[in-house]
Design a protein around this ligand. Structure first.
Ligand SMILES: [Zn+2]
Length: 233
């Protein structure tokens, strides 16, 4: 795997736009930006010393990924996924990740296994220390599996779903809920190393049951979301 695949931040023809994009996604992960919140195009352009048109392009990219919505005369807002959208996104993500983990079992070479194990050491450390960045680090595991699967089409689709998942998590996660359990990632890597696709897929399925259980997609939350939508209209 080359550097381009391990370092998505360096991709693309417009590095400053990629940077702003990554910073906005990070701000959602870290909850500095929340669902429904206004994104100030002018301030962003000033902060990065770029024309507004470039910030606009970043926001349009996020809109195309359903992370941002534009409202007439009001500007850009972080979108607020409904319970139904949340269920659909996670279902789609689970099905794609069953494919990526199976392909990773077939295609992972020694260097890929080294990358996975190096990642797990960092993730284990963050998990044990209750590092507040643990969800972000654990999320990287899923990108890594997708890149090892070696299918850029699936990788791109999944990246969009993972980002929407971050937003869903910021709205619906249960208090103190932890999204990814590191020991499940560790078991998946063992299955990949031993080339056991069925076991790896079973573990991924189990992993998604836990991820969904960490979200509150109940009727109450559905009503709260609806009321919010109602107030905004
Ligand atoms: Zn995970």
């Amino acid at each position: 795997m080359d550097d381009e695949q391990t370092e998505p931040r360096l991709r693309g023809k417009h590095p400053i736009e990629d940077l702003i994009y990554d910073r906005l996604v990070d701000a959602i992960i870290d909850k500095h930006l929340r669902a429904g919140e206004h994104v100030n195009e002018v301030k962003l352009a000033e902060a990065y010393d770029v024309p507004r048109s470039r910030v606009r392009r970043v926001l349009e990219r996020l809109r195309d990924e359903d992370v941002v919505v534009f409202e007439l005369n009001r500007g850009a807002f972080i979108s607020r996924p409904t319970v139904e959208e949340a269920r659909h996104v996670y279902e789609a993500r689970r099905e794609l990740e069953l494919i990526t983990v199976r392909l990773a079992c077939e295609r992972a070479g020694p260097a890929d296994l080294d990358r996975l194990r190096a990642h797990l050491r960092v993730e284990r450390d963050a998990f044990d220390k209750h590092d507040p960045g643990v969800n972000r680090i654990a999320g990287e595991f899923h990108y890594l599996i997708a890149s090892i699967a070696g299918n850029p089409v699936i990788e791109k689709m999944l990246a969009v779903l993972i980002r929407r998942g971050v937003l869903i998590q910021s709205v619906y996660e249960r208090k103190g809920g932890i999204l990814c359990l590191t020991h499940e990632h560790e078991r998946m890597v063992e299955h990949i190393a031993e080339r056991r696709p069925q076991d790896a897929m079973d573990e991924m399925l189990h992993h998604f049951e836990h991820i969904l259980a960490s979200l509150d997609l109940s009727e109450t939350r559905r009503l709260e979301a609806d009321i919010y939508e109602f107030l905004r209209d």
